[in-house]
Design a protein around this ligand. Sequence first.
Ligand code: HOC
Length: 382
Amino acid sequence: FNVNPVTVDDYRRLARRRLPRFLFDYIDGGANAEQTLADNVNGFDRYRLKQRVMRNVDDVDTSTTLAGFEAAMPLTLAPVGMAGMFARRGETQGARAANANSIPFTCSTLGICPVEEIIRATGKPIWFQLYMLRDREVVQSLLKRAEAAGVNTLVFTVDLPVPGKRLRDFRNGMLGTNLCSKLSKAAQLLYSPRWIVDVAIKGKPHVIGNLSEVVPNPDDLNEYKAFIDSQFDASVTWKDIEWLRTIWPGKLIIKGVMEVEDAQAAVAAGADGVIVSNHGGRQLDSVSSSIAKLPAIAKAVGDQTEVYIDSGIRNGIDVVKAIALGARGVLIGRPWIYAMAGAGEQGVNDLLNNFQSEIRTAMALMGVNRLEEITGELIEAV
Ligand code: HOC
């Protein structure tokens, strides 16, 4: 690879070269035939932006607020499970890059770097993503920790009552019968000088940051997997949001909503935001792309709550399309992991810079200076 990486695909190629195959496939892959994974990206091709001229675009400003966060652009880094496997102290690197670009970072329940470490690295509030665990006391203490560390926005993921069937992971043994041996290999990598886990909890390096206090032996990925399998709660309903509301004082965003009815239920449950998402095509294969679902959801609840989208966003033009179709902002997952695995923290920084400059250029060429001016008038389906 002898050109400077510019696009997400450039970083993807770098990441493929540097990562062990099973880790690359874990982040790159989707469920079953990966139809939704492809549709998510291709769905943006169904839309075209309008070019407007002679409108004085001398003052383009990409800034906005995302759940109250004053962001330099309408974009945030999505939570990615075990992001810290893709680079040394991966979540912290991502958070630093997000901070350098004045956008929020979202820490996963399944993060390798603990939430405290991430916040310490930037001194800025981040968003925290939650999977509902059967043991509600664990959830409560996790949220207390997050709040004490300085998290002000909770992103509750609701589209993973059970994991989708990701065939690449089965083939590679990352999930399924051989998971443990592969994850142990990953653990060895993490402890190797290249990826060494250097932040200790209670004096010891830990593979699993946020769940280190509840997984019996958090250095042992077999136990981690067993814990996750036994704790992911498939019995969750909208009732649980009421309970979450009693223990979480901050903003609450519901992630994984694909139908208007569910978006309305989220609003009725008091959500400050919804994320139109199919988990990057990693859950229900053959569900529609997120972008296909965005317009109806934005129309139905956009005046009552903030509507976000993830899954398939690969450049600034996609961001602008999402805004034109009613999104307040977008989340990117795979892109920042490819950039980090392929080119480190600087890679994530450069990637975010590229996103922002693409958004700015598109706005100028569409004749607008502010994000609020990017309305449905400026986009057409083809
Ligand atoms: C075995 C549990 O968000 C992903 C993550 C969550 C995976 C949980 C798997 O990979 O999509």
